[in-house]
Design a protein around this ligand. Structure first.
Ligand SMILES: *Cc1c(COP(=O)(O)O)cnc(C)c1O
Length: 406
């Protein structure tokens, strides 16, 4: 089904990427089939040569997976025009997880002896990947404060082995926000491949391709799926030949393909992305306001509050402050533990982007095993609570937080 370029975001969410199905099913079914049949040897030749469109083998492609990919590509390109004034075309490849999408992107773009430049506050798994796996493949990482453009430029000028710039914005734990326009143009001026993890923002709040970046990744596990029903990831690129050629090859050979059941759940979630984000974000703004007035709370890290150091950058490149926040309890570690235990409704769980509000106290959960000094260096202070604000009625969320803070 073709959606017009003038169609609204929610229309694209609902209808984009859908193709009529041969048995006239309204929704694209879960194509649980690992391989596809050819009528003749000649047909197999033309499908293999790419002259005829067709599926061959499940690791290479599947109709249920394809629908989710097309939808995400349309959403990331939503109302962006390229330098010729034509609508931007993107290609998305669905993966088994966010980590898998990031791996395909990295290994598809940097080789032995090359380096990447990135910043400190990355998703934990990404950080470990570049620290523990890439060096063994001869790929080193340079970590610089991306708020300091002069420093970034000094590093780029001094080291021409740096081939890739990796950005995650906004990022844990304090919702740091990186200026996409400034960093991308600096990276491009030194010939780097620029990539952005857009998981926290989603294309509804932020479209990195507006700033000329080369690749965007998501953990679809989070807001894109939106219901916490499947792990998944997606890699999106604007160089269609590169995406269809070497990146597709890397994806297929590394074997991080998605599966039709998870892709079906993802497509179902994507249909309500815009509507869900509106509710997530308006709830988050009210929760942040409430917390910032509360006497037990020392600080609230929410991009929609003018007190956040990156508020201005966020308002330039994001539609609003988003649905993620963290806050610091005045009484430290014990207060964090007590608060989590007193919650009646909000769920104590890691991950983010589900309909229900998720709350976690990193020092007593994900970062329990990390040395305190190191954890503090990452900004994970003793009383830090991370919160993915859900879509419940906001009075109920605030009511639960209020009684747990007593
Ligand atoms: C969750 C997450 C990832 C990893 O995604 P998985 O689906 O868990 O593999 C990467 N980046 C960010 C920002 C995330 O939140």
């Amino acid at each position: 089904m073709k959606v017009e370029n003038s169609a609204g975001f929610d229309t694209v969410c609902i209808r984009g990427g859908h193709e009529n199905e041969s048995n006239r099913a309204h929704l694209t079914p879960i194509y649980a089939s690992s391989t596809y049949v050819f009528d003749t040897a000649e047909q197999s030749i033309s499908v293999f040569k790419g002259d005829e469109k067709g599926y061959i083998y499940g690791r290479w492609g599947n109709p249920t997976i394809n629908e989710a990919e097309e939808k995400i590509a349309l959403l990331e390109a939503y109302r962006i025009t390229n330098s010729n004034g034509n609508p931007l075309k993107l290609k998305a490849i669905l993966h088994s997880s966010g980590m898998s999408a990031i791996t395909t992107m990295l290994l598809g773009n940097i080789k032995y002896g090359q380096k990447l430049i990135t910043h400190q506050s990355l998703y934990g798994g990404t950080h470990e990947l570049i620290e523990k796996i890439l060096p063994g493949l001869g790929i080193q990482s340079v970590i610089v404060d991306f708020h300091n453009l002069e420093k970034v430029e000094d590093v780029l000028r001094a080291d021409n082995n740096i081939g890739l710039m990796y950005i995650e914005t906004p990022a844990n734990p304090t919702l740091q926000c990186i200026d996409l326009e400034a960093l991308s143009s600096l990276g491009k001026s030194y010939g780097l491949t620029v990539c952005v993890d857009n998981t926290f923002a989603t294309p509804y709040l932020q479209q990195p391709f507006r700033y000329d970046v080369d690749f965007v990744m998501h953990s679809t596990t989070k807001f894109l799926n939106g219901h916490g029903t499947a792990i998944g990831g997606v890699l999106i690129g604007k160089d269609i030949d590169k995406m269809s050629g070497p990146i597709t090859k890397t994806h297929r050979l590394l074997g991080g393909n998605s599966n039709p059941f998870d892709a079906f759940l993802l497509t179902n979630g994507l249909r309500t992305l815009g509507v869900r984000m509106d509710r997530h974000c308006s709830n988050a703004a009210q929760v942040a306001e409430f917390l910032s007035q509360h006497p037990a709370v020392a600080t609230v890290n929410y991009l929609g509050l003018p007190s956040h150091p990156d508020h201005k950058t966020a308002m330039r490149q994001m539609k609003n402050g988003g649905a993620m926040m963290s806050f610091e309890l005045k009484e430290g570690f014990d207060a964090g533990v007590k608060f989590i235990n007193k919650l009646n409704m909000c769920t104590n769980a890691v991950s983010l982007g589900t309909c229900d509000t998720l709350v976690s106290h990193a020092p007593s959960s994900t970062h329990m095993g990390v040395d305190r000094q190191q954890r503090l260096m990452f900004g994970i202070t003793d009383g830090l609570i991370r919160m993915s604000v859900g879509m419940e009625n906001v009075e109920d969320i605030i009511g639960d937080l209020n009684q747990a803070l007593k």
